[in-house]
Design a protein around this ligand. Structure first.
Ligand SMILES: [Fe+2]
Ligand SMILES: [Fe+2]
Length: 189
């Protein structure tokens, strides 16, 4: 029991803590770290489904993550990572199909995410369908993360140039209202 509580505490901590700002100099690592947080989100949603009672404190943590960071991540990919990757990829990389599939998933996940926020915000108004919604969102999100981690990020590591990465990192910093970490000690760029 204690072990389960500790596990949950660590997952909530991962949701609450953004990756370190210095990681914006390595935006692919930042995006990868955000994917880890999203996996924790999926685990927490599954945990809520398996419990009979709605955990209101946990609902608030999940809601804060969805409202604060989830949308920013989608913008990082759609406005920065994906367009640059499409520009740099070679025809044989066949990135167009992968990226257009991922963008379609972003659109459908956004609808589910909005519904999820409403369900978390006002559990008393939520009907019996919430478990199905939470399970579907987590399952779709996990599949999405597998494609991004296994195909998109490794390909971006091969094809993107150092200047592309700096530009992407700058945009991600702007999007979060933070100063891009220009000179991090020990950094090569
Ligand atoms: Fe992603
Ligand atoms: Fe994505």
């Amino acid at each position: 029991m204690e072990h389960m509580e500790e596990k949950r505490r660590l997952m909530v901590e991962a949701l609450e803590e953004r990756p370190p700002e210095a990681l914006l100099r390595e935006p692919l690592d930042y995006i990868f770290a955000d994917h880890f947080r999203q996996r924790m989100l999926c685990n927490l949603l599954d945990a809520m489904v398996s419990e009979d009672e709605r955990d209101l404190a946990l609902s608030r943590h999940i809601l804060a993550f969805l409202r604060r960071d989830f949308g920013l991540h989608v913008l990082d990919e759609e406005l920065d990572l994906f367009p640059v990757l499409l520009e740099r990829a070679l025809p044989e990389d066949r990135m167009e199909d992968v990226v257009s599939e991922l963008c379609a998933e972003h659109s459908s996940d956004k609808l589910d995410a909005d519904e999820l926020c409403r369900a978390l915000d006002a559990p008393e108004k939520q009907g019996r369908g919430w478990k199905g919604l939470f399970t579907r969102f987590a399952a779709n999100e996990r599949r999405h993360l597998i494609v991004e981690n296994a195909i998109v990020i490794p390909m971006a590591r091969i094809r993107l140039e150092p200047d592309d990465l700096t530009r992407i990192g700058r945009h991600m910093a702007e999007r979060r209202g933070i100063t891009f970490p220009e000179n991090v000690e020990g950094s090569a760029r």
